[in-house]
Design a binder for this molecule. Structure first.
Ligand code: GLN
Length: 271
């Protein structure tokens, strides 16, 4: 009888021990829950006002606010990682980051290799169309429209939709750069005749005096939507889409939009 009781106690202590060990291991290695560790989100902070670094190195911008707000409603933590724009798609393909927010246009070509959230930004609201702007030096009166770009020297950002567009301009001499500040500098130096880049970011920089001496030629060419890029079959896609939907319906999206653009946000499509 005594032996039997002893045996049961031993069994109980052993099972309790196992249970504690399992709980302990789970909290040490919370990999079973994909949302338990922070999501690594890539961004190229050279795209004012969507993502940029303040003088003291702080990451700021429309995309940064939006991503933080999505994380808050979706209940996950975020760790931003700076990455050159050109390397973003391949880094996502290799699943070295969980996502990227960087004013990335949703294109059919990119959708072949990565996934996108629902559209979160319609570019070029102020002009009621979206897409590219031709930024030229203020003293250059020769460039008025698309046709006057033929055969001209044009600077673009490597891997951008602006770079793809520049390829369609006949006889254009295209120079490629890693980021906005660089190609605008080349334009100011007179090394190129024009820059083809996202209208919204360019107009914002001109308005805020960051691109003195540059004007945008009125004609805008394409309509684009930005999406949060993720690896194909990402387990976070659904939570991020739901997060965007929540922010659109609860007024947070509008607040963030007004903070950066001082305007009413336009209607966004669901997909
Ligand atoms: N929207 C453009 C693209 O996706 C450029 C974005 C950027 O420079 N960050 O190619």
């Amino acid at each position: 009888m005594v032996k039997l009781i002893n045996f049961k106690w031993q069994q109980l202590i052993l099972s309790l021990g196992c249970l504690l060990l399992i709980i302990g291991c789970q909290s040490l290695y919370p990999t079973t829950n994909p949302d338990a560790k922070p999501l690594k989100v890539a961004t190229d902070p050279t795209f004012v006002p969507f993502e940029f670094q303040t003088a003291d190195g702080k990451l700021e911008g429309f995309d940064i606010d939006l991503m933080n707000a999505i994380a808050k409603v979706a209940g996950f933590a975020i760790q931003f990682e700076s990455l050159p724009f050109d390397g973003m798609i391949s880094t996502l393909q290799a699943k070295r980051v969980d996502g990227a927010i960087s004013g990335i246009t949703i294109t059919a070509e990119r959708l072949k290799t990565i996934a996108f959230s629902r559209p979160y930004f319609k570019a070029g609201l102020a002009m009621s169309t979206t897409g590219y702007a031709y930024a030229v030096r203020e003293d250059n009166q020769n460039i008025k429209d698309f046709n006057s770009l033929k055969g001209k020297k044009i600077a673009v950002q490597i891997g951008s939709t602006g770079a793809d567009f520049a390829k369609t301009i006949s006889n254009a001499k295209i120079s490629t750069f890693n980021s906005g500040p660089e190609f605008f500098q080349d334009l100011l130096n007179g090394n190129v005749d024009a820059v083809v880049s996202d209208a919204f970011a360019t107009l914002y920089a001109i308005k805020n005096g960051k691109l003195k001496g540059i004007r945008v030629v009125a004609d805008l060419l394409t309509q684009e939507y930005y999406g949060i890029a993720m690896p194909k079959d990402s387990p976070h896609l659904d939570a991020i889409n739901k997060g965007i939907a929540t922010l659109l319906s609860n007024g947070t999206y509008k607040q963030i939009y007004q903070k950066w653009f001082d305007a009413e946000p336009p209607q966004l499509p669901d997909s």
